[in-house]
Design a protein around this ligand. Structure first.
Ligand SMILES: N[C@@H](CCC(=O)N[C@@H](CS)C(=O)NCC(=O)O)C(=O)O
Length: 216
C-alpha cells in the first residue's frame, strides 16, 4: 500500500524548506518507504474538504490505505511502526524514542515557535528569551554526551528534534551551543534530509508557474 503525504499545493517562498511535511518525507527517505505527495489547495486550507482531514486547516497529514493521520508527530510514530530504521523494536529503545519525540514537540517546539513568531516584530527584548534559553541550555547538556537524542542511534525522535531546532539555529540562538549546533548539522547532512528538503522546495516552486498562469 502506497503512503501518501499530504501538503499544500503552494506556499510563499519564506516557509519553503520548513513546511512540516519535510518530517514525513525525511522519515520515508530514511526507511526507504515509497510515498506519493498529494496537494491540498493552499487557498482553500480553511475549507471543509481540508478540515475534514486536518481540523486546523494545516499540513501535513498522512494517508496509509484507509487511514488518515494528522499531526506530524503522530505521522512519524505511525511511520516508525513500519521500519526499525526509524524506531527500535525493543521496549527500552521505543520508550526513549517516544519520550524524546514528545519532548521535541511539547518542550522545545512549544517554546521555539512562539519565540520566533514574537521575534518577527523585532521587539527590543523578546519576552520568551529566558524560557527558550533555559530549554536550549538543558538540551545542550544532554546532546554534549551523545550523537543522537534517543536509544544511542538515529530515530524519528531526531527527525523531530533536529527539525524543531532549525528555527532557533537560523535565528542565531545556537551560536554559543556547540553540541546543539553540531547535532543539527549532523541531522541535516543526512542524505534523506537533503533530498526531503530539495523535493519540498521543488514541489512548491513547480506551483509558482501554475499560479502565474492562472493570474495572467
Ligand atoms: N502541530 C502541527 C503543526 C502543523 C503546522 O503548523 N503546519 C503549518 C505548516 S508547517 C501550517 O499548516 N500552517 C498553516 C496554518 O497554520 O494555517 C503538526 O506538527 O503537524
Amino acid at each position: 500500500m502506497t503512503l501518501t503525504i499530504c501538503t499544500y499545493d503552494w506556499v510563499p517562498p519564506g516557509p519553503r524548506g520548513f513546511v512540516r511535511d519535510i518530517r514525513l518525507r525525511w522519515a520515508c527517505g530514511e526507511a526507504g518507504l515509497e510515498y506519493d505527495v498529494r496537494s491540498m489547495p493552499f487557498d482553500d486550507r480553511q475549507g471543509p474538504a481540508h478540515r475534514a482531514q486536518q481540523p486546523y486547516g494545516q499540513v501535513p497529514f498522512l494517508q496509509d490505505g484507509d487511514l488518515t493521520i494528522f499531526e506530524s508527530g503522530a505521522c512519524l510514530l505511525h511511520l516508525g511502526e513500519k521500519s526499525e530504521t526509524l524506531m527500535p523494536l525493543e521496549v527500552q529503545g521505543r520508550s526513549e524514542v517516544t519520550q524524546w519525540l514528545i519532548s521535541a514537540l511539547n518542550s522545545i517546539e512549544t517554546v521555539t515557535v512562539p519565540w520566533w513568531f514574537i521575534g518577527l516584530s523585532e521587539p527590543a527584548e523578546n519576552p520568551l528569551d529566558g524560557w527558550m534559553n533555559g530549554r536550549l541550555d538543558h538540551l545542550e547538556a544532554v546532546l554534549a554526551g551523545r550523537d543522537w537524542i534517543a536509544a544511542g542511534r538515529f530515530s524519528i525522535a531526531d527527525i523531530l528534534m533536529v527539525d524543531a531546532l532549525r528555527i532557533p539555529r537560523d535565528h542565531g540562538a545556537l551560536e554559543e551551543r556547540v553540541a546543539l549546533k553540531d547535532y543539527v548539522a549532523r541531522g541535516t547532512a543526512r542524505p534523506a534530509f537533503v533530498k526531503a528538503r530539495a523535493d519540498q522546495i521543488a514541489h512548491f516552486e513547480a506551483a509558482d508557474a501554475t499560479r502565474e498562469t492562472a493570474r495572467s
